[in-house]
Design a protein around this ligand. Structure first.
Ligand code: PLP
Length: 369
């Protein structure tokens, strides 16, 4: 029987033969040798490329075409985080940030001018952006007033939808989607749409991860990143977790050398037991600062509501006539006003920084109150 991924994949991707980079051929054929003259690299390394303390002290060679070490380390981290053992058909790949995973999925499973994705705003803008950039239609089903899924409305659109993009915990609202709703959607979409859950902020609410559901729902894809709780936005490393039936097509489109060696080396350190422990401690401290800041600003007369957050930011609704985003800018504090969604109009999304940064922000808001 055909998998859902096989049913959805456009003909062009179905017959695509992956680009045969030198590293890919070497890995697939298992060919090894003592002279590597297959990739037009320099055999000697330049001084400026000899700066790494990592295992690859030189940068004259192309990286692995799919960096298996960090993918394996990330998989082990997910198993530890969700206290599960991955089934053998579940695969993990490293990508250049969660954003690349979103783009890859749209390009793998949607035919321009023909297929559609579905999003539930207010949510992360890249899903719709990637679809727009690839001439793929976007069906929009706004979140309900409590920022949860409008399941009835989503279900009416599944027949025509290739990919449903969900974000939990959600950006910019900060809340986690109800697990029961996700289960209902996974049941309803089984033979229709692939369901992508973007867990970029999962370290701030690890017990809510849907990774444990992947064995039962092979059409569930999870996106992760090292840019948030791990504090490594600059190295551009994210991950995609999916069933092999999905990954077989995604890996046809992936760039020949997706992760630069320096990034892979830093990612590997972050995913070591010591790195994970450090991340967990940082996350705990950040949550303390977030909850303190939320409680403090809730008391201000200018604040109508601070939405409960399971992330490293808070969404704040002010009751002022003038823009609080502009006011904060005038104080040298750059926050974010969420895109033009009616349900979050006038709200400001404030990233949680150090305690000192949040004290300064609180004082600036107090001045205005
Ligand atoms: C929900 C969500 N997904 C993905 C990303 C992008 O992650 P990355 O830096 O790994 O591309 C962000 C960044 O803000 C985000 O908020």
């Amino acid at each position: 029987m055909k998998s859902l991924a096989e049913k959805l994949v456009p003909p062009a991707v179905e017959k695509l033969i992956p680009y045969q980079s030198a590293r890919r051929i070497a890995r697939q054929t298992g060919n090894t040798g003592h002279l590597w003259l297959n990739a037009n690299e320099l055999e000697s390394c330049c001084q400026y490329g000899d700066v790494s303390e990592g295992k690859n002290a030189h940068y004259n060679r192309y990286p692995d075409f799919l960096p298996h070490d960090i993918a394996a380390d990330y998989q082990a981290y997910c198993e530890y985080q969700s206290n599960i053992v991955f089934s053998s058909n579940l695969e993990t790949i490293a990508v250049r940030g969660a954003d690349e995973a979103i783009d890859l999925l749209v390009r793998t499973f949607c035919q321009p001018g023909n297929d559609q994705i579905l999003v539930c705003p207010p949510t992360y803008g890249m899903y719709e952006f990637c679809a727009d950039a690839f001439s793929v239609n976007t069906a929009v089903v706004p979140l309900l007033d409590n920022f949860q899924l409008d399941l009835a409305a989503i279900e009416t659109k599944l027949d025509k939808t290739s990919l449903v993009f969900l974000c939990s915990p959600n950006n910019p609202t900060g809340n986690v989607l109800h697990q029961q709703d996700l289960l209902t959607l996974l049941e309803a979409s089984k033979d229709k749409s692939l369901v992508v859950v973007d867990e970029a902020y999962i370290e701030f609410a690890p017990h809510t991860s849907v990774v444990g559901l992947m064995a039962e729902y092979p059409h569930l894809i999870v996106i992760r990143t090292l840019s948030k709780a791990f504090g490594l936005a600059a190295i551009r490393v994210g991950f995609m977790l999916a069933d092999s039936s999905v990954m077989t097509y995604v890996s046809r489109l992936i760039a020949p050398y997706p992760i630069a060696d320096p990034s892979a080396e830093i990612a590997q350190k972050a995913l070591s037991p010591a790195g994970i422990q450090q991340m967990e401690q940082q996350t705990k401290s950040l949550i303390e600062v977030r909850d303190w800041f939320s409680a403090e600003i809730s008391e201000l007369a200018i604040v109508e509501k601070v939405y409960a957050s399971s992330t490293n930011f808070v969404l704040v609704r002010f009751n002022t006539q003038s823009s609080m985003y502009d006011y904060l800018i005038s104080q040298g504090i750059v926050a974010r006003s969420p895109a033009n969604e009616s349900s979050v109009k006038g709200c400001v999304r404030i990233t949680i920084g150090s305690k000192a940064s949040m004290v300064e922000t609180l004082n600036a808001l107090k001045k205005c109150a």
